[in-house]
Design a protein around this ligand. Structure first.
Ligand code: DX5
Ligand code: ZN
Length: 219
């Protein structure tokens, strides 16, 4: 399991300290939720903030674009230090082209689906990506409750990836914490986004250790 805490739940008045605390807790990625107030009904932060935090962290920067027509901004997110860029299937007319642009820029491409989008729309895109993201809440806000039906889509995607013999991560995002982590992992998910459960925890290191313990108990 790779843990990707979402910076959306960080302390924005003390961003570098907040990220350092989570990084020291021993996680693999920093999940960066970019929202445009259009694809989702919320605004967050953009390339300037990501560029600002980039020198402060060695983590893999996992940029989740919740923006309409992301093809307009790939360049910006490559330049500000993204290691991976996830676009939403629903946000653009030609996801395949955008994924190819991301790959050509030397960044790992990924594609996401919102709760109402079926898993099979992603099957033709699997050869183009390093990761698929199954949203387990409606994108836009941290701190929501996980929608269990979304985990079935993750299982479908995992089965298809295995059938095709590909090495692709399956990420889930939204409402994940110690209480439902076992179910999440059992559905074939190996990259877990956790906003409130890690950045929002009084002791992020303990929250991460608890999550690793749950994973170990499943083995
Ligand atoms: C929601 C974002 C998530 C969110 C997760 O639109 O994509 O990454 O920050 O937060 P939690 O873990 O609190 O649900
Ligand atoms: Zn996200």
């Amino acid at each position: 399991m790779k843990i990707a805490p979402s910076m959306l739940s960080a302390d924005f008045a003390h961003l570098a300290e907040s990220v350092a605390r989570v990084e020291n807790a021993g996680v693999e990625m920093l999940h960066l939720d970019v929202m445009d107030g259009n694809f989702v009904p919320n605004l967050s932060f953009g390339p300037c903030v990501i560029a600002g935090i980039r020198p402060e962290s060695k983590l893999f920067f996992d940029v989740h674009l919740m923006i309409e027509r992301p093809e307009r901004y790939i360049d910006y997110f490559v330049k500000c230090g993204a290691d991976g860029i996830t676009i939403h299937f629903e946000s653009t007319e030609n996801p395949a082209e955008v994924l190819k642009t991301i790959r050509a820029a030397g960044v790992k491409p990924a594609v996401a689906i919102s709760p109402d989008t079926p898993a099979d729309v992603l099957y033709p895109l699997l050869p183009l990506v390093d990761m698929v993201l199954v949203m387990t809440v409606y994108p836009g806000f941290g701190g929501q409750k996980l929608i269990p039906a979304c985990l079935e889509k993750a299982a479908q995607l995992r089965a298809k990836i295995e059938e095709l013999g590909l090495a692709i991560d399956v990420q889930a995002d939204g409402g994940i914490g110690a209480g439902n982590l076992a179910d999440v992992l059992k559905s074939g998910i190996n990259v877990v986004v956790a906003g409130s459960a890690v950045f929002g925890a009084p002791d992020p290191a303990k929250a991460v250790a608890d999550m690793r313990k749950i994973e170990a108990e499943l083995a």
